[in-house]
Design a binder for this molecule. Structure first.
Ligand SMILES: Cc1cc2nc3c(=O)[nH]c(=O)nc-3n(C[C@H](O)[C@H](O)[C@H](O)COP(=O)(O)O)c2cc1C
Length: 155
């Protein structure tokens, strides 16, 4: 992934969008058919683009745009902190309407003021791999620790 991103940047891409959502059809066993089935995203899908933007920020010579799983003010802020120049929103607007954009924008502004940021640019990339306190958290080496942190919900 990183190699492809760098090749695209070297070939002249000004920006990369990570990641356009891959639509997968479902199977209808009763009618033995492949059926299109649009499921809108949730915030849980943010992790994949978040991780790759955090890894690529400052390492490839392009802007990075985050798409998939942006629904809340927190999601927008995370996308920028990872290194996104912009975050993109589709499912949330389909679910809750275009006015949601204004709510998100105001929420982002409030958060920046409350947390004493002078601009969104100041937040951008602050939790990317090259800037965060624990770069290994983005790598597979951290896998065992992630698994150890899991605690089942059932009694
Ligand atoms: C109804 C619908 C239409 C879309 N049409 C396009 C499209 O024409 N071209 C494209 O690149 N992505 C398209 N997408 C994908 C979105 O740009 C986006 O990558 C995806 O929905 C993930 O973002 P989200 O989590 O905010 O929905 C579409 C998504 C939806 C839900």
């Amino acid at each position: 992934m990183a190699n492809t991103a760098r090749s695209l940047a070297n070939a002249g891409a000004d920006s990369l969008v990570l990641f356009n959502r891959f639509y997968q059809p479902d199977l209808d066993l009763n009618n033995l058919e492949v059926v299109p089935n649009l499921k809108l995203s949730t915030s849980t899908e943010l992790r994949l683009p978040l991780r790759w933007i955090a890894i690529l920020y400052g390492q490839v010579n392009t802007d990075l745009a985050l798409t998939t799983g942006v629904h809340t003010v927190t999601d927008v802020l995370k996308g920028v902190a990872a290194g996104g120049a912009i975050t993109m929103i589709a499912s949330e607007l389909l679910r809750n309407g275009i006015n949601r954009l204004q709510v998100l924008r105001m929420g982002v502004e409030e958060w920046l003021v409350e947390n004493e940021y002078e601009s969104l640019a100041q937040l951008q990339g602050s939790l990317s791999q090259i800037n965060c306190a624990e770069p290994a958290a983005f790598e597979r080496a951290n896998y065992m620790r992630v698994l150890s942190s899991y605690s089942p919900d059932y009694p």
